[in-house]
Design a protein around this ligand. Structure first.
Ligand code: SF4
Length: 358
């Protein structure tokens, strides 16, 4: 059947699922129509609430054996300043963050072949021993795959080890873009799309939650974004283990992926809106202000996004590629800009229990 604008809008308004071709056609709707459709769904779910958490990102090493073209963080490429934190350094950061009120540490590293498995797992265990209430969100599926290959272990063994050592949930990184051809070009050799999905499936089967990301705005096409989102929708139908979907806007500085047609604000907002419309089974759409910019993330609240991530405190990965996030954001400032944008700031924990309304 031919896809008409009227049919498409009616299907979205009736909460009917769209297939790949119909979803691609959403991009042809004008921005305001798309925004209104996504916003209606968002407001049906959460009204004017906008979620965030008080968190701290820790990136314990930038030494990496992989060579993703889009990466500005890895020390083996353009960044000559290698570092690997000791457990004491990691624990000191966790201590300061905990004392400042952080409820979550988000720990993501490069793929360091010299650090050792115990360096990764011991850091989680020690944080948990000292701060049992601090939620540990750690190890992307790409890191799980790296550790499994490096130490000749199965995904199951690594995932069980994570749980034994105190990891509570998994972040959504490493998904990049699932289309195999694009993926081969931007990050050949890293976890494959099927492996990424399989690792999250196995994590969910253990009763644990995770997030899912999509890196967009580089060489992928709109159809690749839709394919990515629909593969996540399929897995979520199966497991129900994703809390949030996070479209990450590609940062263009200091890397080997020479992108010239950087996405417009309109294209970014359309992508948030389409994510909200398509992912009827993933509860939260996160506008990660680190990559979208805080201004666009605030507008994204009117295009389907209900979560702005958190105060972050410090961040090294995206800021290496040009994002303005290296020092996070002050809580009061964060809360005030959400309020001023017409939404209600709700502090949540890592699993979206509401903790405080501001
Ligand atoms: S994106 Fe991650 S895996 Fe790829 S080079 Fe950078 S740090 Fe390594």
């Amino acid at each position: 059947m031919r896809i008409t604008t009227t049919n498409l809008i009616q299907k979205v308004q009736n909460y009917q699922r769209l297939n790949q071709k119909e979803a691609e056609a959403l991009y042809d709707l004008d921005l305001y129509t798309l925004g209104e459709l996504a916003s209606t769904i968002r407001e049906d779910m959460y009204g004017k609430k906008s979620y965030f958490n008080i968190n701290r990102h820790i990136n314990p090493t930038n030494v990496c054996k992989d060579v993703c073209k889009f990466c500005a963080y890895s020390a083996t490429r353009k960044n000559p300043n290698q570092y690997t934190m000791s457990h004491k350094e990691i624990l000191d950061i966790a201590k300061v963050s905990f004392e400042k009120g952080a409820k979550e540490v988000h720990i993501v590293s490069a793929h360091n072949p010299e650090a050792g498995l115990e360096w990764y797992m011991g850091a989680f265990r020690k944080i948990k021993e000292h701060y049992p209430s601090l939620h540990i969100k750690a190890l992307t599926a790409a890191e799980v795959d790296f550790l499994a290959r490096e130490y000749n272990l199965s995904y199951d063994e690594i995932l069980d080890m994570m749980i034994e050592n105190g990891v509570d949930s998994m972040p959504g990184g490493g998904a990049e873009i699932f289309d195999e051809e694009v993926r081969d070009f931007i990050c050949k050799g890293k976890v494959t799309s099927d492996q990424w999905l399989d690792i999250h499936r196995k994590w969910h089967q253990r009763g644990r939650m995770s997030n899912a990301t999509m890196l967009f705005g580089h060489i992928e096409q709109r159809k690749d974004r839709i394919d990515h989102i629909l593969r996540l929708r399929d897995l979520q139908d199966e497991t129900g283990g994703f809390n949030a979907f996070i479209p990450l806007v590609y940062q263009r500085e200091n890397n080997y992926l020479k992108v010239t047609n950087y996405p417009t604000g309109q294209e970014i907002l359309k992508t948030y809106a389409i994510s909200r419309i398509l992912l009827d089974n993933i509860p939260h759409i996160k506008a990660y202000w680190v990559t979208a910019s805080i201004g666009l993330a605030l507008i994204a609240q009117e295009f389907g996004a209900d979560d702005l991530d958190g105060t972050i405190d410090k961040e090294s990965i995206q800021s290496a590629a040009g994002a303005k996030s290296s020092h996070g954001m002050n809580l009061l400032e964060f809360v005030n800009i959400i309020k001023n944008s017409g939404f209600i700031p709700i502090e949540r924990d890592s699993l979206y229990t509401e903790l405080q309304t501001y």
